[in-house]
Design a protein around this ligand. Structure first.
Ligand code: PAF
Length: 186
């Protein structure tokens, strides 16, 4: 087990990432409240980059992907347990920024437009949701300087949109889709 480095600011994550030597970096982006699905992503990330690589987990509940009528304050949080999970899974760095750190000007003036794919299925029920998701995903991938990112197939529309953003905007990262980790009761 390794003790993950916990960083909370863009300056500290840049410093932590600049100290890396050796292999590639894989990022697992989460909103915390980590469960077995996240553990599967961390294991896939480690498997992809190997022991000489680096696994970064981000924990950030992104206000931009919630609409005003969705109660953000009720989103589950279990920070200490999450850090323990990251320690158990040999995560190297945990990046857990505040909302002010991620959105220093409040709202962003420029965001990622998911196009028509973001308007169907979950996007139809939650207008603006995937703009918020893709915008924060791009910001977090930039801040963590990741070479690879692992996304669960559970949120399939999100995975498709992240892949599409990476392709359409030439984001220099590999996206790995990770199969659903099902509980024993299905
Ligand atoms: O799937 C999630 O938990 C979130 O949508 C993500 C990718 C961490 C962006 O906030």
């Amino acid at each position: 087990m390794t003790e993950p480095i916990l960083v909370r600011t863009r300056v500290d994550i840049a410093q932590a990432m600049s100290r890396r030597s050796g292999g590639e970096t894989a990022a697992v982006l989460t909103m915390g409240a980590l469960h077995d699905g996240h553990t599967a992503l961390m294991r896939a990330a480690r498997q992809r980059v190997g022991v000489s690589g680096h696994v970064v987990v981000t924990i950030f509940v992104n206000p931009m992907q919630f609409s005003p009528d969705e109660d953000l304050s009720r989103y589950p949080s279990s920070f200490d347990t999450d850090i323990e999970t990251c320690r158990r899974e040999d995560v190297d760095v945990v990046f857990a920024p505040s909302v002010d750190e991620m959105y220093p000007d409040g709202d962003v003036a420029v965001s990622v437009d998911p196009g028509s794919l973001g308007e169907i299925l979950e996007g139809a029920a939650r207008p603006g949701h995937f703009t918020g998701v893709l915008t924060v995903v791009l910001k977090l991938l930039n801040l963590t300087c990741a070479d690879v990112t692992c996304f669960g197939e559970k949120d399939f529309q999100q995975l498709v949109l992240v892949r599409r953003m990476v392709r359409d905007l030439d984001v220099p990262i590999e996206v790995v889709g990770v199969p659903i980790a099902r509980a024993a009761d299905g």
